[in-house]
Design a binder for this molecule. Sequence first.
Ligand code: HEC
Ligand code: HEC
Length: 346
Amino acid sequence: MKSLNNYLVTTAVLKSRPLFSGQLEYFLHAGIVLLVLCSSVTGVQAQDQNNPFAWAYPPRQSDDAPAPTTFDDTPHRMPGSEREYVFSDIGRYSPADWHPESHPPMPPIVAEGREPVQACAFCHLANGQGKPENAGLAGLPAVYIVQQMKDFAAGLRNTSDPTLTTVANMLPFSVNATEAEMLEAANYFASVTPRKWITVVEAETVPGTYIASWLYVAHEDGRTEPLGQRILEMPMDFERTEWRDDSSGFIAYVPPGSLARGEALARSGGDGRTLPCSSCHGDDLKGLGPVPGIAGRSPSYLVRQIYDFQTGSRRGLWSPLMLGVVENLTTAEVIDLVAWVSSLDP
Ligand code: HEC
Ligand code: HEC
């Protein structure tokens, strides 16, 4: 019954105060309850050697990847942008900002970083929309972002599968960023309005792919393959994504029927198999108080988080609230859920 208790307590906490007023007090109050909940979590499960979601943890490059596309030093433009960059301009401490008018001014830690903390925009993009191998941050609650940085720094947020080396890359930033920098970055990303970023399509047959820069890319010869029980998330345009164009999104192929099944399960909780997502993530799953929005976010990212909660690799201060949600879910149910959640407007 632990999960139900968690659920009731949270719901009570979330409902006990008006949102967005007296926030500090509200979060302190929630924090105390969450701390109590945390102390009831026992042990960490061993890492799963047979990761059923291995497709969501791609390595940097697959063996069949062609020689890297030449990202040369001729000046490039991106659609709808006045700016011009050469590829070597795009660095860990100076990522491109193609569409400065589409987001608020970035604080220095986001735009440039500071040795050894790389610019957040290098991976999460200037407008925080993110990529499948990292995370979308646009519109997340600032307190949530800060808490995640602290969970990373405390070693409470790891990856269930270290083939995705980008997660390890993130860890040192959480340790080395100052409290003030974390807050600046958090306030910035919280202030950006998330936009529709992923087009979700049900399909039985999908492009045959290789992996480059942790991204799935279609082979040029147009080969296809069965999707099977996975989600295939790909950039709409690999080159634009590599150039850090934060206006070029992603397409995600999901199994036929998954959207309707996922919606039914997410809304009803499936007769106790899980809990209705809206009770904590808000009616439209765009977030509620300190609980992050999940609507319209990368399905690969969402799957990894659910699996990381299941294996105990993610066990941050607030993670116990997700245990009752994930503990009984099958692989197929997780895929259905995130297929639907990622198809929603963010
Ligand atoms: C080298 C790439 C990289 C850089 C630079 C980077 N991150 Fe990350 N970030 C990641 C990856 C990878 C993840 C985790 C994905 C996962 O868990 O599967 C992540 C996750 C996060 C999350 C968790 C999001 C969530 O919804 O829980 C936050 C918050 C975050 N990063 C903040 C930052 C901030 C702030 C900066 C700048 C100080 C930054 N990151 C710089 C790669 C990066
Ligand atoms: C009892 C409250 C509760 C319910 C119900 C709930 N969640 Fe959550 N969820 C949370 C909290 C709190 C977090 C943040 C956890 C943390 O900080 O580690 C979270 C985080 C997540 C994350 C990671 C988000 C990120 O940015 O990294 C995913 C994915 C998620 N929930 C999916 C779901 C889905 C799908 C459902 C419904 C099937 C659901 N949740 C139902 C409370 C809940």
